[in-house]
Design a protein around this ligand. Structure first.
Ligand code: UTP
Length: 472
């Protein structure tokens, strides 16, 4: 049985850091509540308070940047049905070989809170596809099965979850029998959490006996993968490359042989996919160099003049990151061996806090700093980085909001538009309103080229086009 630290011991721990207010409600807590609070206080990494305060300073001061555009393997044909860059096409064989040899694992980060979408459950459980109502988790599982059929080996799937959604996510997979994947090839691991600070640098409570904690960002994956034993497992299984994607991108290829091949043949530590920014105002992190070092620079860090800068080919800073990466496992091992932690980023948020009586009060303005680590901060640590341009409508459809282009209806419309173009290009009599609804099973095809191959041996009849059409 774990002994509970005494009030005095907890106070002595908190005093040097100026955080004794956490014990302010101690006299009125029952034994169980005291135990819970004491456990949280004991687990606190108080040395990270300094890092948090630095992150707040960074938020309020503009870091001087010396930006220049970074090299990208660009698309060879920028119109539908698109062609990848020559180098990526040539590298396809190397990616396929790694998949065939079972050297690739998929890493899906699904620990976010999905606050903007407002769906009551893990985002991966969102029923997205228009006819089958297939969820995001099932979409990825079916894409993965397709990879397995094609290459003879299904990459294992590592899913990062958070304390809040781990139970529901595991249950969802179990309830649906892992969507046909081998249960032994699906590994869940929980990311870490970080506390928050108020304007006076005090740690925030969410109740008289609990700290206000939140998931530590997608960048928390490095630590979580190491601490959960996932990284050691990857080593044991002879996995050399991780295909990283995020739970909200409905169109992401889960193990793209051209991208993986490029990453491998160029011996990159980290690779990333980028799309052309829609215009200078699009709020997306841009892949570029800062003093010659590759990184993703947030839109807010560009001056207006820099964002608008154009040459004869269009925007100079056009390469928007879509948060799709490949990682070399050896690189992640190096980071783990040197206990490297990615930097903290602060965000100023509205968070209900306790008043003197212990009642939650909702603020009218941002009152609390929350902290996260970002996965793209691995870029400056890498020896080689490779960036590949991909077609936006084919590979980037994130579900973020309750409405608008990144809401469920917006994403469904974009999918519908893409697949209608794909079918129309295959000379079927598909039009804007025929069939009335359209869905393509991710197990059948991931993009227009794959769909064309399938339809070469399958004719759609006029009747098919008169009713909702689900191609499976
Ligand atoms: P977002 O930045 O969209 O954050 O995450 P979010 O928490 O999902 O959504 P909002 O901002 O509350 O609306 C991008 C990806 O990173 C994962 C998410 O699950 C998503 O796949 N993520 C984010 C984590 O895995 N952990 C985190 O702590 C944050």
């Amino acid at each position: 049985m774990t002994l509970m630290p005494t009030f005095e011991a907890l106070k002595a721990r908190l005093e040097p850091a100026g955080q004794t207010h956490l014990l302010g409600f101690w006299p009125r807590l029952n034994e169980e509540q005291r135990f819970a609070l004491a456990a949280q206080i004991s687990a606190l990494d108080l040395s990270s308070l300094f890092e948090m305060k630095q992150a707040i300073e960074m938020l309020h001061s503009q870091k001087p940047r010396e930006l220049s555009p970074a090299p990208v393997v660009e698309l060879a044909e920028r119109r539908f049905p698109y062609l990848l860059g020559d180098d990526a096409e040539k590298a396809r064989g190397a990616g396929a070989e790694a998949l065939r040899l079972g050297k690739v694992a998929c890493l899906l980060v699904a620990g976010g809170q999905g606050t903007r979408l407002g769906f009551p459950g893990p985002k991966g459980c969102y029923p997205l596809l228009p006819l089958s109502r297939m969820t995001l988790f099932e979409i990825f599982a079916r894409k993965l099965k397709r990879v397995g059929t094609k290459h003879g080996k299904t990459p294992p799937l590592y899913v990062m979850v958070s304390r809040q959604n781990e139970g529901l996510t595991r249950e969802f997979f179990a309830e649906h029998r892992y969507f046909g994947l081998d249960e032994r090839g699906v590994h869940f691991f929980a990311q870490g959490e970080l506390p928050s600070l108020d304007a006076d640098g005090k740690l925030v409570l969410e109740s008289p006996h609990a700290l206000f904690l939140g998931p530590d960002g997608h960048g928390g994956v490095l630590q979580a993968l190491t601490q959960s034993g996932g990284l050691a497992q990857l080593q044991r299984d002879g996995i050399s490359t991780l295909s990283y994607f995020q739970v909200d991108n409905a169109q992401v290829p889960v193990a793209d042989e051209a991208f993986l091949g490029l990453h491998l043949t160029r011996q990159a530590d980290v690779s990333l996919k980028v799309v052309r920014k829609l215009d200078e105002t699009e709020r997306v992190g841009v892949f570029c160099l800062d003093r010659g070092i590759p990184q993703i620079v947030e839109y807010s860090e560009f001056s207006e003049a820099q964002s608008k800068l154009r040459d004869e080919r269009g925007l100079v800073y056009w390469a928007g990151s879509i948060a799709v990466h490949a990682f070399s496992v050896a690189f992640l091992e190096r980071l783990a061996a040197s206990s490297t932690r990615l930097p903290l980023h602060a965000a100023h948020k509205k968070v209900p806090v306790l008043d003197a009586r212990g009642e939650l009060v909702t603020p009218h303005a941002p009152n609390v700093y929350r902290f996260e680590r970002f996965i793209f901060d691995t870029l400056p640590l890498a020896r080689h980085v490779v960036a590949l341009e991909v077609p936006r409508e084919e590979q980037f459809l994130p579900l973020k909001n309750p409405d608008g282009p990144f809401g469920p209806e917006g994403v469904r419309q974009a999918l519908d538009h893409y697949w209608r173009q794909a079918l129309a290009a295959g000379a079927t009599a598909v039009t804007h309103d025929r069939p009335p609804q359209l869905e393509v099973d991710p197990l059948l095809a991931e993009n227009a080229r794959e769909l064309a191959e399938v339809l070469a041996s399958r004719r759609l009849s006029a009747q098919d086009l008169d009713r909702p059409l689900r191609l499976t």
